[in-house]
Design a protein around this ligand. Structure first.
Ligand code: PLP
Length: 284
C-alpha cells in the first residue's frame, strides 16, 4: 500500500512543497479548526490522474466564496504535485483550504491516501442504507443561505453522526429526508433511484444539496447509455418503492443500495450499467 503524500500550498503563489504526511499543518487558532470554517474536496485518483479535477476546483471555489474564504490560486499544480509523488495509480486526493488564523489568512494542502477497501466493497457488493430525517423542509436552505446548504465545508459532524447512527442500525449509509417528505442526499453521496425505468435525482439548487460531480458525470453517461433520467424532486414514498436505489460519490463511484430501511433490493440493470460506465470513464 502506497505511503500517504502531503503537499502544501503556498498562498503567496510559489511552488507547492512536499512534506512528510505527519507534518502538523494547521495552527491552533486557525478558524477552520476553531469554527469549522474550511472547505474541501475529495477526489478519486485513477490511472495516475485526479478525475474530473476541474469540476472539483469549481466547487471548491464556490464553497470558499460562501464561507468568505479568499481562496488562493495554484490548486491544479498542488493536486498534480501530490498525485505525481504518490506511489500508486489509484488513490484518494483531498484538497483542503482552511480560513486560517486571523493574522495569516487561508492555509491549503493536498493529501493523497489509499482507497479504503470498504469503499471498493460498497461499489462492488452494494451498501445497506436507512432513511433519516435532516429535520428541515426541502426548500428551507435554498431560501436561507446562512444554513450553507450545498457547501462542502468541513463542518461535517452531523454527516458523520448520521453515518454512525446508520452503523448502529446495521447499515453502511444513510439517506436524508426532509420534514415535508422529500428525498435530499446522503451524508457523503448524491442519491438517485429508478422509478418506472427512469433514473431520478433531486435538483441540487432547489433543495440545496451538494451538486455532486459524480452525478453530473453519470447524467452524461445516461445519455450515452440511452437511459432516460429526470432531475426533479421526489418523495419518500417514491424512494421506498423504487426498483433501484443508488449512491454516487467521487471515490466510491456508483454504489448500489442493496437494502433500504430493511427492504432487500437487488443490484439492478440501470445501476450496474452506470457503475461500469463510470469506472470506464474515470480512465478514458
Ligand atoms: N453530497 C454530499 C453531502 C457529499 O459530501 C458528497 C461527496 O462527498 C456528495 C454529495 C457527492 O459529491 P461528489 O460526487 O462530487 O463526490
Amino acid at each position: 500500500m502506497a505511503a500517504p503524500v502531503l503537499a502544501l500550498l503556498d498562498p503567496a503563489g510559489g511552488e507547492p512543497v512536499l512534506a512528510d504526511a505527519a507534518t502538523p499543518v494547521l495552527r491552533a487558532d486557525d478558524l477552520g479548526v476553531l469554527r469549522g470554517e474550511s472547505v474541501f474536496e475529495t477526489i478519486r485518483v485513477a490511472g495516475g490522474r485526479p478525475a474530473f479535477l476541474d469540476a472539483h476546483l469549481r466547487r471548491l471555489a464556490r464553497s470558499a466564496q460562501r464561507l468568505d474564504i479568499e481562496l488562493p490560486g495554484g490548486w491544479d499544480t498542488l493536486a498534480a504535485t501530490a498525485v505525481d509523488a504518490y506511489d500508486d495509480a489509484d488513490g484518494v486526493l483531498r484538497l483542503l483550504c482552511s480560513k486560517g488564523p486571523a493574522d495569516t489568512g487561508p492555509v491549503g494542502f493536498a493529501l493523497v491516501t489509499p482507497v479504503p477497501a470498504v469503499t471498493v466493497q460498497g461499489r462492488e457488493q452494494g451498501v445497506r442504507a436507512i432513511t433519516l430525517t435532516l429535520g428541515i423542509p426541502a426548500g428551507l436552505r435554498a431560501t436561507s443561505p446562512w444554513l450553507l446548504g450545498g457547501v462542502k465545508s468541513t463542518s461535517y459532524a452531523v454527516n458523520m453522526a448520521s453515518l454512525r447512527h446508520a452503523a448502529d442500525e446495521g447499515a453502511e449509509d444513510a439517506i436524508w429526508l426532509s420534514t415535508d417528505g422529500e428525498v435530499l442526499e446522503s451524508p457523503t453521496s448524491t442519491v438517485a433511484w429508478v422509478s418506472g425505468g427512469r433514473l431520478v435525482t433531486p435538483p441540487a439548487g432547489e433543495v440545496s444539496i451538494l451538486p455532486g460531480t459524480t452525478m453530473d458525470v453519470a447524467l452524461g453517461l445516461c445519455d450515452a447509455l440511452g437511459t432516460p433520467y429526470e432531475v426533479r424532486r421526489g418523495t419518500t414514498e417514491e424512494l421506498l418503492a423504487a426498483q433501484e436505489v443508488l449512491l454516487l460519490s467521487s471515490v466510491r463511484g456508483v454504489a448500489p443500495v442493496v437494502q433500504l430501511d430493511g427492504r432487500p433490493l437487488g443490484i439492478g440493470p440501470v445501476t450496474a450499467a452506470l457503475r461500469d460506465a463510470f469506472e470506464a470513464a474515470l480512465v478514458a
